[in-house]
Design a protein around this ligand. Structure first.
Ligand code: HEM
Ligand SMILES: Cc1cnc2ccccc2c1N
Length: 286
C-alpha cells in the first residue's frame, strides 16, 4: 500500500466527483469474471465495513484495516486483494484520499453504475489505524450457517431484520469462487446488473442440494444455472426474513430505496465524520 497516510482533513483536498469517474472507469473489464469489477468492489466495501461491533465500538471502514494482515487473510476476505490491487493506482493519483474513503466509495460507484440506486456517501475516514487495530476473525458471516447466525452477525452491527433482508439483495451481483470462499457459481442471467433478482429467484426457483464434492450449497433444479448459499436459503425459510423478501421480490423500487439506506449506513458504521463533511449523492454516469 502507498506510504501516503491520508489523515485528519486531507479529504478536503480531494475532488470526489473526479474520483467517482475514475472508479467508474475501472469497472469494465471483459477479462475479469463476468465482465466487471463492480461485484467484487461491492464485496470489498461491505467487508471493510461489516466488522463493526456496537458494544466495543471496534471495526468498521475507518482506517481500512482490511488491507492489513491478519484481517486481509481472514477466510471471509479471500479474493478481495484483487479489488484492492485494482484500486491502488487511484490511491497514488489521489494521495489525499484515505483507503477507507476509497474502498467505500468504490462500493457506491459499483452499485450506481451497475444500475442500482443512488447511495449517499460522506468522506472523512482516515488512515491513522494500523494492523494493531485489525478486528478478530469471525466478525463477518459464515455462509454455511442459517438465520440465527446471520442475525447474530448483523444485530451486532446494529441492523434489524428489514435492513439485513435489504442488504443481502446485493447477491444479485457477482458470483462465488471455489478458490476464494469454496462455494461455486452462479452463471445467472445478469451478475453485473443490480436488480431484485436475488429475491425473485430465491422465491420462484426450486433449490436442491448441489451434487459435488465442494461445500454444501444449492443449485436451481430447473436450469442448474443458479446457486444459493445455505445462508441465502435462510432468507426464504425464516418467516421474518421471508416477509421482507416477498416485498422486495414484488417491488424493485422498494428494494432500491431500502438497500440504498442500509448500504449507506453499513459503510458509515463506527466512523466519526467531521461536522462539515459533505453528503454526496453522485450522478450515475451510465
Ligand atoms: C447475509 C450474509 C452474507 C453471507 C453469508 C455472504 C457470503 C458470501 C459468499 C460466501 C460469497 C462468495 C465469495 C467468493 O467466493 O468470491 C459472497 C459474494 C458476494 N457478496 Fe455476500 N454474503 C452476505 C452478505 C452480503 C452483503 C450484505 C453484501 C453487500 C451489501 C454482499 C455482497 C456480495 C457480493 C457483491 C458478492 C459477489 C462478489 C464477487 O462476485 O466477487 N454479501 N457473499
Ligand atoms: C443468485 C446468487 C445467489 N447467491 C449468491 C451469493 C453470493 C454471490 C452471488 C450470489 C448470486 N449471484
Amino acid at each position: 500500500p502507498s506510504d501516503q497516510q491520508a489523515t485528519g482533513d486531507s479529504w478536503r483536498k480531494v475532488d470526489f466527483n473526479k474520483v467517482y469517474k475514475d472508479i467508474a472507469g475501472l469497472l469494465e473489464d471483459e477479462d475479469y469474471d463476468d465482465g466487471s469489477y463492480g461485484p467484487v468492489f461491492v464485496r470489498l466495501a461491505w467487508h471493510a465495513s461489516g466488522t463493526f461491533d456496537t458494544k466495543t465500538k471496534t471495526g468498521g471502514s475507518n482506517g481500512a484495516t482490511i488491507r492489513f494482515h491478519p484481517e486481509a487473510n481472514h477466510g471471509a476476505n479471500a479474493g478481495l486483494d484483487v479489488a484492492r490491487k485494482r484500486l491502488e493506482p487511484l490511491k497514488k493519483k489521489y494521495p489525499n484520499i484515505s483507503y477507507g474513503d476509497l474502498y467505500t466509495l468504490a462500493g457506491v460507484v459499483a452499485v450506481q453504475e451497475l444500475g442500482g440506486p443512488t447511495v449517499r456517501w460522506r468522506p472523512g475516514r482516515s488512515d491513522d489505524k494500523s494492523d494493531q487495530d485489525c478486528t478478530p476473525d469471525g466478525r463477518l458471516p459464515d455462509a454455511a450457517q442459517g438465520a440465527d447466525h446471520v442475525r447474530d452477525i448483523f444485530y451486532r452491527m446494529g441492523f434489524n431484520d428489514q435492513e439485513i433482508a435489504a442488504l443481502v439483495g446485493a447477491h444479485a451481483l457477482g458470483r462465488c469462487h471455489s478458490s476464494r470462499s469454496g462455494f461455486e457459481g452462479p452463471w445467472n442471467a445478469s451478475p453485473t446488473t443490480f436488480t431484485n433478482y436475488f429475491y425473485t429467484e430465491l422465491l420462484e426457483d426450486k433449490w436442491v442440494p448441489k451434487k459435488w464434492n465442494g461445500p454444501f450449497q444449492y443449485v436451481d433444479k430447473q436450469s442448474g444455472q443458479f446457486m444459493m448459499l445455505p445462508a441465502d436459503i435462510a432468507f426464504k425459510t425464516d418467516s421474518q426474513f421471508r416477509k421482507h423478501v416477498e416485498k422486495y421480490a414484488a417491488d424493485q423500487d422498494a428494494f432500491f430505496a431500502d438497500f440504498s439506506k442500509a448500504f449507506a449506513k453499513l459503510l458509515e458504521l463506527g466512523v466519526k465524520f467531521p461536522a462539515d463533511a459533505p453528503v454526496y449523492e453522485f450522478k450515475t454516469l451510465e
